[in-house]
Design a binder for this molecule. Structure first.
Ligand code: FES
Length: 226
């Protein structure tokens, strides 16, 4: 797992037999699936793990499914083989060109949506800038586009209010009303600001965790030296 903040770094330290305190789910509402005809599932980073069961359900409903997987670099591409077993086509993009097409997922999406057989449905899941860019590309073409906003959730229980978003002028809570919404109705500017609100708390939490790790390591080394 890619250790980014306190929780993912903590999970990476788990050994066999260790456990997490709590696991809550499933949360929110179920993904709407139907046979649209041609569908594209666009995923970025770890969003590919979330996209996988959705792509599988789309395929089972009879859709022609194209998967576009984007990552910063080759080592961060996940679930390619699993997607290939499900989808009619898998396209990889990497920011640095180390694997697949060099560029962003939108680089791969553009010829598909402007080609002879544009899709009837696009689902995007991943970082906010990526989902916002996909929405901007498909809006003028009127292609139905859904984004999964789970990236902004915090406690996931409807209690903290951290996942509040504006969709079509209405206030929604992503973990209760979503996580999937009409991409063309989402106020991404508001979400961008919200995404940075907790940055200082996250940094402080990570610093505290790293300091605790350092002290634990020092204590272990001291006790071994005795
Ligand atoms: S994540 Fe806390 S209310 Fe939705």
């Amino acid at each position: 797992m890619q250790g980014i903040g306190r929780t993912t770094k903590d999970m990476n330290r788990k050994e066999k037999g260790d456990h997490l305190q709590d696991l809550v789910g499933p949360l929110g509402t179920a993904t709407h699936i139907e046979n649209w005809g041609r569908a594209v599932v666009v995923s970025g980073g770890v969003g590919t793990a979330e996209a996988l069961p959705i792509a599988r359900a789309m395929k089972a409903a009879g859709n022609h499914v194209i998967s576009i997987i984007g990552a910063r670099t080759k080592e961060l591409v996940i679930a390619e083989q699993l997607m290939a077993e499900i989808c009619d086509e898998v396209i990889i993009t990497t920011d640095d060109g180390s694997y697949g097409t060099k560029g962003l997922v939108t680089t791969a999406l553009e010829p598909i949506i402007t080609g002879d057989q544009p899709p009837q449905m696009i689902l995007a899941v991943g970082p906010l800038p990526m989902m916002s860019a996909v929405a901007d590309m498909t809006r003028p073409l009127g292609i139905k586009t859904v984004v999964s906003l789970n990236t902004i959730m915090i406690d996931g229980t409807g209690m903290c209010g951290g996942c509040r978003a504006t969709v079509g002028g209405e206030t929604v809570f992503v973990c209760v009303d979503g996580p999937e919404f009409d991409a063309h109705q989402v106020d991404f500017n508001e979400l961008r600001q919200r995404g940075s609100i907790y940055r200082e708390h996250e940094r402080q939490s990570l610093d505290d965790f790293l300091e605790r790790c350092r002290l634990e390591t020092a204590a272990e080394e001291t006790s071994k030296a005795r």
